[in-house]
Design a protein around this ligand. Structure first.
Ligand SMILES: *[C@@H]1O[C@H](CO)[C@@H](O)[C@H](O)[C@H]1NC(C)=O
Ligand SMILES: *[C@@H]1O[C@H](CO)[C@@H](O)[C@H](O)[C@H]1NC(C)=O
Ligand SMILES: *[C@@H]1O[C@H](CO)[C@@H](O)[C@H](O)[C@H]1NC(C)=O
Ligand SMILES: *[C@@H]1O[C@H](CO)[C@@H](O)[C@H](O)[C@H]1NC(C)=O
Ligand SMILES: *[C@@H]1O[C@H](CO)[C@@H](O)[C@H](O)[C@H]1NC(C)=O
Ligand SMILES: *[C@@H]1O[C@H](CO)[C@@H](O)[C@H](O)[C@H]1NC(C)=O
Ligand SMILES: *[C@@H]1O[C@H](CO)[C@@H](O)[C@H](O)[C@H]1NC(C)=O
Length: 395
């Protein structure tokens, strides 16, 4: 058998078959690629290009593909096996409705690793991904990811994998591009324990735990949405070059002990259980060139070092603090532009006899909680919408 493959390889090389782009239109084309140890060109297997009958794609001999390997729009495809493949230009596995198993056990290097919109994909096997510039796993059914051993990466995007609970990126020290992780399994634990620098946006959503304990610099927007853990600690962050947005999380405590300035705005909105911006929340923050927007039920808002806010300070919601309190809390800010819409509610009637004395108040809180849940659906829809756009852009 080995001999036959070797002979086939020689024939293929002699014919230059290992040295050109190929759009697969038959099983024979797959054998041609597989007969090459190193295939120099792109390999495109696309159901919309006429070859849509394949159920099991096995190319277990080819070791390197210097161009792209694109496997897409294959409705009948169920399994993919690339047993010896160690390096590929870009690997794109897109929109294969029924594929449930993809095995690339030896893959070490890929410029793009994109596995997008394979909604029945349960098993995605790779174990030694050491070099990748753009890593995207979006809209699959995988319960775990393979070992990710790259320390320096371009972008990382992991979205809408509803069964995925462990996202271990503890090998990653820095990214030149963005990190976007959201809408995975309900209890997803996200670990970026060695990450120090992000060159683009960073956004984490729907996490049960998040370790970003060494993150010191973010070059674009930093956002946290819809996370379910209580204690947000970003102990090493010194540089946030654009905005910081914390919205709709379950945080009760927030701490950014080293942030002295941010590049744009600070938004802390609709984190229902977060009631106090205390002296230890942003102890060093002294200048904000954009705006500060705070919405929620606040008892205290204190920024002990804040001297300058060039945009507006917008406060809204209901808690124990009043607009008078706010004016004095922000008194150290030069030429303060404060827009305050705080409603004071007394603390003791939250859960007890308060409803009798505030008939309209309790109606108001009912409708505001409705608004919050529709806001969260909108966000999820927006994330999903983004996935569709990304998937469409990739196809
Ligand atoms: C996804 O693949 C199916 C075939 O399985 C095809 O009919 C459909 O057009 C593809 N979707 C996109 C967005 O290309
Ligand atoms: C992982 O990949 C690197 C090359 O990128 C290789 O040197 C190493 O032997 C591989 N390790 C395993 C366990 O396969
Ligand atoms: C996530 O982490 C928490 C706390 O470390 C742990 O209790 C939980 O089991 C983890 N969840 C999963 C799905 O691994
Ligand atoms: C960063 O995220 C913001 C939204 O927060 C978006 O408008 C912007 O385009 C993103 N930047 C890049 C480079 O993707
Ligand atoms: C939050 O986490 C930080 C760092 O891990 C810790 O020092 C602090 O005590 C925690 N706060 C609460 C309220 O649990
Ligand atoms: C709010 O601040 C006041 C005065 O600084 C303090 O006495 C009170 O305990 C704080 N409340 C909360 C909930 O942090
Ligand atoms: C916060 O909640 C209010 C009222 O529920 C809503 O009007 C607003 O759009 C929400 N903001 C965000 C950023 O979710």
């Amino acid at each position: 058998m080995k001999c036959v493959i070797a002979v086939a390889a020689l024939v293929a090389v002699a014919a230059g078959a290992c040295n050109k782009d190929i759009t697969v239109s038959s099983a024979a084309d797959i054998s041609t690629v597989n007969a090459c140890t190193k295939f120099q060109g792109d390999v495109i297997i696309d159901g919309l290009e006429g070859f849509d009958s394949i159920g099991a794609l096995s190319m277990d001999s080819v070791q390197q593909i210097s161009g792209d390997l694109i496997i897409q729009n294959l409705y009948n495809l169920q399994t993919v096996s690339l047993g010896q493949l160690t390096s590929v230009g870009s690997l794109k596995i897109l929109n294969n409705t029924n594929v449930y198993k993809v095995a690339i056990p030896n893959l070490a290097s890929a410029a793009d690793f994109q596995v997008i919109t394979n909604p029945n994909l349960k098993e995605l096997t790779y174990s030694n991904l050491t070099s990748v510039s753009n890593f995207q796993v979006i809209d699959t059914y995988v319960a775990s990811l393979g070992a990710f051993t790259a320390s320096s990466v371009g972008n990382i995007e992991v979205l809408s994998n509803t069964q995925l609970s462990t996202l271990d990126f503890s090998a990653v020290k820095k990214t030149s591009g963005y990190i976007n992780i959201a809408n995975n399994g309900r209890n997803s634990n996200i670990t970026f324990s060695q990450l120090t620098q992000v060159g683009g946006n960073v956004s984490f959503g729907n996490a049960a735990t998040l370790d970003i304990s060494k993150l010191s610099s973010v070059s674009d927007d930093f956002s946290l949405y819809l996370n379910s853990f209580n204690n947000l600690s970003v102990p090493a962050l010194q540089t946030a070059k654009k905005s910081i947005t914390l919205s709709q999380n379950q945080f009760t405590a927030i701490s950014f002990p080293l942030v002295a300035s941010i590049g744009s705005s600070l938004d802390i909105t609709n984190n229902t259980n977060f009631r106090s911006i205390s002296p230890s929340t942003f102890p060093k923050l002294s200048s904000v060139p954009g705006s500060i927007v705070i919405a929620g039920s606040f008892d205290n808002i204190t920024f002990p070092s804040l001297k300058s806010v060039e945009g507006q300070v917008v406060l809204s919601g209901s808690g124990k603090m009043s607009c008078d309190d706010a004016s004095s809390d922000f008194a150290s800010v030069g030429s303060l532009n404060l827009k305050c819409e705080l409603t004071v509610v007394s603390g003791s009637d939250d859960s007890t006899g308060g409803s009798s004395s505030h008939g309209s108040g309790s109606g108001g809180s009912g409708s505001s909680s409705k608004k919050e849940s529709s806001a969260s659906r909108t966000t999820v829809a927006a994330v999903l919408g983004g996935v569709v756009v990304i998937a469409a852009a990739c196809l």
